[in-house]
Write a protein that binds this ligand. Structure first.
Ligand SMILES: O=C(CO)[C@@H](O)[C@@H](O)COP(=O)(O)O
Length: 233
């Protein structure tokens, strides 16, 4: 099945999880998996429905977005994935969806406020929304610029991509990442649920306060801290 079958398989399995978890409709998303030593990643072919995907149909591209192996055109978002892999050698998988609630926050051009412990179990900050792209960016290499929008908003908010594994792109939709396809897809599912809860919180109480620092730290640390005690040893 070719030199890169291990990343093709992981990318294929990751893509199939998107419709299973109700994170996409039709062809509205993509998962990629990278091998940094080889300088390549496997990504979904563009516009192919999830039930028509096969392991062999995954496209192998390099970190410049050039096709190395595969007969189909890679995802239209390939340059965004490529920019992120170029900058983050400790990220092995990237996911893009148009999941409803996360996309609604992105379209509203708002960060998702940290309202509750579900959010704090995963990250200690509001989930950032990058500003919409300028006309120049849209006319130029739009999908590459989307990658830079993600990098820039993390820098602006002083967030490290290991502590914040999800970003909304204003006017567009969410991107998440992780050390594996399972983790990156998990992050997309967490983001969608946190986005839904935040939306409903605002509906019920437009003045709902954000979570206080003590509770943010408590919940984050008990799952991820040096003395974490959530779950089993
Ligand atoms: O953002 C969009 C469309 O607006 C794309 O990410 C989405 O449709 C998925 O495209 P691909 O099938 O991966 O090319």
């Amino acid at each position: 099945m070719g030199k890169y079958s291990y990343i093709k398989e992981e990318a294929y399995e990751g893509n199939l999880l998107l419709p299973k978890l109700n994170l996409v409709l039709f062809t509205w998303g993509n998962v990629s998996v990278a091998d940094h030593k080889e300088g390549v990643f496997a990504i979904k072919p563009s516009g192919v429905p999830y039930d028509k995907l096969t392991i062999e149909s995954m496209v192998i591209v390099d970190f410049e977005g050039e096709v190395i192996e595969g007969n189909l055109r890679p995802s239209s978002d390939t340059p965004t994935h490529a920019v992120l892999y170029q900058h983050w050698n400790d990220v092995n998988s990237i996911v893009h969806t148009h999941s409803t609630y996360a996309t609604a926050w992105a379209q509203s051009q708002l960060d998702i406020p940290i309202f509750g412990t579900t959010h704090a179990d995963h990250t200690t900050s509001d989930i950032p929304c990058a500003p919409p792209m300028s006309d120049e960016m849209i006319k130029g290499d739009y999908e590459y610029q989307t990658g830079f929008q993600i990098l820039n908003i993390l820098k602006e908010k002083k967030l490290n991509h290991k502590e914040m594994e999800m970003v909304l792109v204003g006017n567009h939709a969410p991107f998440t990442w992780g050390e594996s396809a399972i983790k990156a897809v998990y992050n997309s599912a967490v983001l969608e649920n946190v986005a839904k809860m935040a939306y409903l919180t605002r509906q019920i109480n437009p003045k709902a306060p954000k979570l206080k620092d003590a509770l943010i730290n408590k919940h984050y640390e008990r799952k991820h801290g040096a003395n974490a005690y959530y779950g089993q040893k």
